[in-house]
Design a protein around this ligand. Structure first.
Ligand SMILES: O=P(O)(O)OC[C@H]1O[C@](O)(COP(=O)(O)O)[C@@H](O)[C@@H]1O
Length: 354
């Protein structure tokens, strides 16, 4: 007799096929967006790596792994040292990118310098393999963020270190594709290839990412601000005034705003993409190359904005791989209103190491 889960899987496959709902791989392939064979192969390997990471994050053994601090040399109180799962995730993605044969260089939050992989690979990939990993022990959502650039052929004859770095420091305006994978109650892969932002939910019964949110549009206005407001007293006057104004319903949108803050960038951004509002970190904390740029690309492709509080994130030329900056992502009208307060970047950061 067929098992219930087998029955469920078959029924779901029939429903998806009957409704013509494509999987990620169908969607990007020749019958869909047709993003090109090289990018399809790369995406196949990235999504495969992220399914492995999703399984690890949800594993009953992930916290046991976390206790082996000898693996990383990190003392438990050392807030910014990579946790073991960050490292495992990094290795999983590196191996997937190598296996794809499509990547010349990978630049990751977990590595001091970019890793040169294969001079023939058509793409450079920047990534944060597991953001928010300090949340894992409490089963709070985490995420992988990635950005994909074309390799710059004019650098091919440069020394390896130099071409690895310069390929990784391309302006966000040159992104070919970007995405994130949210590991939460559902595992969601959200990506853009330069024609809209689309999200796919992992169907655990078939192992496919299924298109669940085609052509996402961020509402032009949200009613939510997302920030760590324990730092209120370190904020500049402009940011204090903006938050005080919208939470009293005295802003351009005459409704009282609500606060939501998960403290996990991918999760806070995902909610903002769907519901609108602003996800922000006003201090110099988040990274331009592999956090702010990919997420700003997704925000813009969904009709929203990514700003450092003064200007467009994608137009900032990176000068260092691990460069940090204030980040404001979300609804167009909310970001415009916030920027009109002028002074919204937190310059001081007393009491916090990073
Ligand atoms: O401490 P803050 O300012 O609230 O910053 C929280 C942010 O830091 C992050 O945890 C990333 O920081 P790490 O790279 O140090 O893990 C984000 O996921 C989150 O949005």
């Amino acid at each position: 007799m067929a098992s219930f889960s087998g029955f469920l899987a078959k029924a779901q496959m029939e429903v998806t096929a009957a409704n013509g709902i494509p999987s990620l791989m169908d969607y990007v392939g020749k019958g869909g967006l047709d993003v090109g064979d090289d990018l399809v192969v790369l995406l196949y390997h990235i999504q495969f790596a992220c399914k492995r990471i999703a399984a690890l994050v949800a594993s009953p053994f992930n916290s046991a792994l976390g206790k082996h601090s000898a693996l990383t040399g990190a003392a438990p109180s050392d807030r910014d040292k990579p946790k073991p799962l960050d490292i495992v995730a990094n290795e999983i993605i590196l191996s997937a990118l190598r296996n794809s044969g499509k990547v010349s260089v990978m630049a990751s939050e977990e590595d001091d310098a970019p890793i040169w992989i294969n001079g023939d690979g058509p793409f450079a990939v920047v990534l944060d393999p597991l953001d928010g990993s300090r949340n894992i022990d409490a089963s709070i959502p985490t995420g992988t963020i990635f950005g994909i650039y074309n390799r710059l052929p004019e650098l091919d004859n440069q020394p390896v270190e130099e071409k690895a770095l310069l390929n990784s420091l391309q302006s966000g305006t040159k992104l070919v594709a970007a995405g994130y994978v949210l590991y939460s109650s559902a595992t969601i892969l959200c990506a853009s290839f330069g024609s809209g932002t689309h999200a796919f939910t992992l169907d655990h019964s078939t192992g496919d990412f299924i298109l669940t949110h085609p052509s996402i549009r961020i509402p032009p206005r949200g009613q939510i601000y997302s920030v760590n407001d324990a730092r209120y007293f370190d904020w500049p006057e402009g940011l204090k005034q903006y938050i005080d104004t919208v939470r009293q319903g005295k802003g351009k949108y005459p409704k009282k705003y609500s606060a939501r803050y998960i403290c996990s960038l991918v999760a806070d951004f995902h909610r903002t993409l769907l519901y609108g509002g602003i996800a922000m970190n006003p201090r110099d904390h988040l990274r331009l190359v592999y956090e702010a740029n990919p997420l700003s690309f997704l925000a813009e492709q969904a009709g929203g904005k990514g700003s450092n509080g003064k200007s467009r994130i994608l137009s900032i030329q990176p000068v260092k791989l691990h460069q940090r900056l204030p980040l404001f992502l979300g609804s167009c009208e909310d970001i415009d209103e916030l920027e009109s307060y002028g002074d919204v970047q937190q310059k001081v950061n007393p009491g916090y190491e990073v």
